[in-house]
Write a protein that binds this ligand. Structure first.
Ligand SMILES: *Cc1c(COP(=O)(O)O)cnc(C)c1O
Length: 223
């Protein structure tokens, strides 16, 4: 905490301070974590109020909702970055490639093919995280851990720009072991970016090496 600062404390300033402290504890460079403000279900004016505090990176989990909220915002704020963090249907690949700057939910061969085709058509390469079903939960999205080597080889063969791994650990369990496992898998595959950590556990995630945290309710209030 900067004791000379007389700027008011806001949810965003608190999250930024917590991230900075966690980076320091972990011996990581200051500013090495990207904070993605997850604005799903939140109105445009709530997004603009974070933009007013200098937050430029946002995330949504539905193509349709992002398409309603973000094109107008992007015209006003050309530096905005929009990340897709939710399950993506293959038939929305074209729209997703047009709308988003990064996709965190690449998790199956059919979607990989659809995204590769969409990127070729659009002449636009959108960086992707491969989502891993890190807790091996039946109902959850994400590539199975056992399938990961083959899936990563497939997406590379398709020419998709894969930058790292993403996961959502099981609810109500200590998340640190799952974050550590995701970090280990990324290392084994030579990937250096990690999308992990949400409102309840982003500080833990940063200490374990998250390069991208996805924080919604701690910034915008409960949904
Ligand atoms: C909603 C969502 C988040 C943010 O969750 P909070 O607990 O509100 O911070 C992060 N990641 C994904 C994939 C989400 O769907």
């Amino acid at each position: 905490m900067d004791i000379q600062s007389d700027a008011p404390t806001t949810p965003l300033s608190t999250v930024r301070d917590n991230i900075a402290r966690s980076e320091k504890i972990a011996g990581r460079p200051a500013g090495s974590t990207t904070l993605i403000a997850i604005s799903k279900t939140k109105p445009v004016d709530a997004i603009e109020s974070l933009i007013g505090e200098g937050q430029m990176v946002f995330g949504e989990n539905r193509v349709q909702e992002a398409a309603l909220k973000f094109p107008a915002l992007r015209e006003r704020y050309p530096d905005l970055q929009l990340h897709m963090v939710g399950q993506l249907q293959s038939n929305k690949a074209d729209e997703a490639v047009a709308l988003f700057d990064c996709i965190h939910s690449l998790d199956r061969p059919s979607l990989a093919k659809a995204l590769a085709g969409a990127m070729d058509k659009a002449g636009r390469r959108v960086p992707c995280f491969v989502q891993v079903n890190i807790g091996e939960e039946e109902q959850k999205g994400g590539c199975a851990i056992a399938e990961l080597p083959r899936f990563l080889a497939d997406v590379k063969a398709l020419g998709l720009p894969v930058v790292g791994l993403m996961a959502v650990p099981p609810a109500d369990l200590e998340p640190a072991p799952y974050f550590a496992l995701l970090a280990k898998l990324a290392r084994e595959h030579g990937l250096d970016q990690l999308s992990m950590g949400m409102s309840g556990d982003y500080e833990t995630a940063v200490r374990i090496g998250a390069t991208h945290v996805r924080v919604g309710s701690a910034l915008f209030g409960a949904r």
